[in-house]
Write a protein that binds this ligand. Structure first.
Ligand code: URA
Length: 204
């Protein structure tokens, strides 16, 4: 840690890491995925946003947060007046874990085994990207970043610190909003925006 490398070298190393994750078989899920989905965005950004794992659409596109959860995330970014080009967006787990249901590939939450096996990729990404601060979307991201189980519903909207002293804002994963009670959709949305707005001063 603390290795100071140029932006160009960091970008080149990130591309190398991305290819390496594609070939990663350190846990069982990589072999069933179309490809890995590595992070994307600028190095040294204001925020690094960490999701859980790619979904079906991301697995096919090879890019993070381009499916339904990504659309919700984009809406929040727009509402907050941020721009996605200023964010580095990635996931705790780089391959899509799923099970077949008929002809559909249904998301399966990655287990601790997969999250732990994948953790070193995220750590390398953090060291190269060097974000000002981090947003953890959901419990898998929060646990991977902080190194212990995190009660997201209790700690949401708060700044925590990872073992390296990086600032981590914890909130729900956008998929939780998609799954939530339709009658509560509006208030759940507002609460999510309120959590994320704890990072707004970083953009001022
Ligand atoms: N959900 C995630 O956590 N990450 C993605 O990239 C897409 C959906």
């Amino acid at each position: 840690r603390g290795r100071r490398i140029s932006v160009r070298d960091a970008q080149a190393e990130l591309r190398t890491l991305s290819r390496a994750t594609d070939a990663c078989r350190e846990c069982p899920i990589g072999q069933y995925a179309t490809q890995s989905v590595f992070g994307e965005g600028p190095v040294r950004p204001v925020l690094m946003v960490v999701g859980e794992q790619p979904g079906d659409k991301e697995d096919l596109a090879g890019r993070p947060f381009v499916g339904p959860a990504g659309r919700l995330f984009d809406r929040a970014v727009a509402q907050l007046g941020w721009s996605r080009e200023k964010l580095y967006v990635t996931n705790a787990v780089k391959h899509f874990k799923y099970e077949w249901r008929g002809k559909r590939r249904m998301h399966k939450t990655p287990g601790q085994r997969e999250a732990e096996a994948c953790h070193h990729w995220l750590e390398s990404e953090l060291e190269l990207v060097r974000p000002h601060a981090i947003v953890a979307l959901g419990a898998v991201a929060a646990r991977s970043l902080l190194g212990h189980p995190v009660a997201v519903t209790r700690l949401r909207g708060q700044w925590l610190e990872d073992p390296a002293g990086r600032r981590v804002l914890v909130t729900l994963h956008p998929s939780a909003l998609l799954r939530g009670d339709p009658a509560q959709r509006e208030s759940a949305w507002e609460a999510w925006i309120s959590d994320l707005s704890a990072a707004a001063p970083l953009f001022a």
